[in-house]
Design a protein around this ligand. Structure first.
Ligand code: NAP
Ligand code: HSE
Length: 462
């Protein structure tokens, strides 16, 4: 008797979709699904234990486009009609197309029909978090009798199983912060720029695109939007809060130049990394004295060369979770690319087939049940500021504006006659620094362009 088949309908057959297809074709011969005690019914457990996973449909935009993976036409049909993925014979919809148009329709409709959904789409999860949460919870009973399951391990930090860690590993703990490098494209670019000042931004971005790390529109990577979506998902898992886009200060790397790397190294013994942070009030360096505040933000950051984040290179990601019981735990690995991301998708598919994914899309952590956390959008740090300028410079005028903004300047250095770099005291708020930068550009004739500012990771946070 042949084994029952767990059928996948996949939206997308690009970098990630191709990897999922290849891994499943290898693994289905060697790794039968193992059901767990979480299986909802005895029948489901028995069926899952013996099932073989097969991708029976792949929906793409262009049927004539050459694919860089072999498709077994005996078991897999290509289509351009996404609605075919919703047919009754499909057990699990894997969404690896990206975007919030067709992907959103397919994901929501599949959940409404009680199908399991596995997705790598952090933009969709972030921008439609409440709707997805609502539909996943209220979806029809699935064919196996359980609730629809939603897996999204691949959406955050590629191959690092950080979603599973936060969902299951901190049940008896209280998380204080989750922070780190969550974008492979920009880490690849910043690593190259740090190593070689002559590297051109456009060239190194193209390399990251060629390696399959970047989003379809790489603006999402370089302007920090991709990290914003990921850190908001991690904030939801760590603190149970849905943080709206307009409450997440977000700066990307497009203004970073070799001057910043040189000043960071010479004056602060630091390199520059794009860091996403989600922290609650007890973390004094982030949200000051508000004990029930949660602050989520994305910013290029000066990171001491001795910090482990400074040594995460290429498409690597690295997230540190700080919690009451464990102190700091760091999770690192490949954050983008075909096989690491596909590995997370395949792990979710196997968990789904065994009914082992949570049936609540974003489980609220035990430590946050009944708590009243509010979202705040300001944080406190020591900041590095670079101001494009021409001579003569008036240090007195800069000092006066700093004072008006309530900022204490710890040092001012001239870089090469056309740039000043400043360091603030360690108790400066982001909002005060932002105001200072806007005011100096507006009021001082010797300022020739937009100032750039970044927090400096303190030794305490290492
Ligand atoms: P990709 O290489 O551009 O592949 C996208 C695939 O989706 C293509 O096969 C495309 O079809 C198909 N597609 C797009 N719009 C479609 C539509 N309206 N109807 C039918 N098919 C459509 O993208 P990717 O890098 O695999 O990324 C896919 C998703 O994974 C995104 O959400 C991304 O954020 C996420 N992700 C990517 C990585 C990574 O390292 N690349 C890592 C983690 C998460 P055609 O091939 O015919 O154009
Ligand atoms: N574009 C994303 C990155 C893909 O570079 O990290 C992984 O989510």
């Amino acid at each position: 008797m042949s084994a029952p088949v767990y059928r996948i309908g996949m939206l997308g057959g690009g970098t990630v979709g191709g990897g999922v297809y290849e891994l499943l074709r290898i693994k289905q011969r060697t790794l039968p699904v193992v059901a767990t005690a979480a299986s909802t019914t005895a029948a489901a457990t028995a069926a899952a234990a013996a099932a073989v996973v097969v991708v029976s449909k792949i929906c793409v935009r262009d049927l004539t486009k050459p694919r860089d993976f072999d498709i077994d036409t005996a078991t897999t049909a290509l289509t351009t009609d996404p609605m075919e993925l919703l047919s009754p014979d499909i057990d699990c919809v894997v969404e690896v197309a990206g975007g919030c148009d067709v992907a959103k329709d397919v994901v929501l409709k599949a959940l409404e029909l009680g199908k399991t959904v596995v997705t790598a789409n952090k933009a969709l999860l972030f921008e439609h978090m409440s709707t997805i949460e609502h539909v996943a919870t209220g979806g029809a009973a699935s064919a196996g009798g359980g609730k629809p399951q939603l897996g999204y391990e691949a959406a955050v930090c590629g191959g690092i199983p950080i979603v599973d860690v936060l969902t299951t590993g901190y049940a008896g703990d209280t998380i204080q912060s989750v922070a780190g490098i969550c974008n492979g494209t920009t880490n690849y670019m910043l690593s190259a720029m740090a190593k070689d000042p002559s590297v051109q931004y456009a060239d190194v971005l193209r390399e990251a695109q060629d390696l399959g790390y970047a989003e379809a529109d790489p603006t999402a990577d370089v302007e920090g939007h991709d990290v914003r979506a990921k850190i908001a998902i991690l904030a939801k898992l760590a603190f149970g809060v849905t943080v709206p886009m307009d409450k997440i200060p977000c700066t990307g790397i497009s203004q970073i130049t070799s001057i910043d790397f040189a000043a960071a190294k010479a004056n602060h013994r630091c390199t520059i990394k794009l860091i996403g942070t989600a922290a609650r009030g007890s973390t004094t360096t982030t949200v000051g004295s508000n004990p029930s505040g949660v602050c989520v933000y994305v910013t290029p950051t000066l990171v001491p060369l001795t910090n482990q984040l400074a040594n995460v290179h290429g498409c690597g990601n690295c997230v540190t979770v700080t919690s009451k019981n464990m102190g700091q735990c760091t999770y690192a690995g490949p954050g983008a690319g075909r096989y690491p991301t596909a590995n997370s998708i395949v792990a979710d598919i196997y968990r789904a087939a065994a009914h082992a994914l949570p049936t609540v899309a974003f489980p609220i952590p035990n430590s946050c049940l009944g708590s009243d956390l509010t979202v705040v959008d300001d944080y406190v740090a020591c900041f590095f500021i670079r101001i494009p300028c021409q001579t003569p410079v008036s240090f007195a005028a800069l000092g006066a504006i700093a004072e008006e903004c309530g900022l204490a300047l710890a040092s001012i250095e001239e870089q090469d006659g056309s740039q000043l770099t400043l360091t603030t005291s360690s108790s400066s708020s982001r909002s005060a620094v932002d105001k200072f930068c806007k005011d100096v550009q507006e009021k001082l004739d010797f300022v020739t362009g937009s100032p750039l500012f970044m927090p400096i990771l303190s030794v305490d946070e290492e």
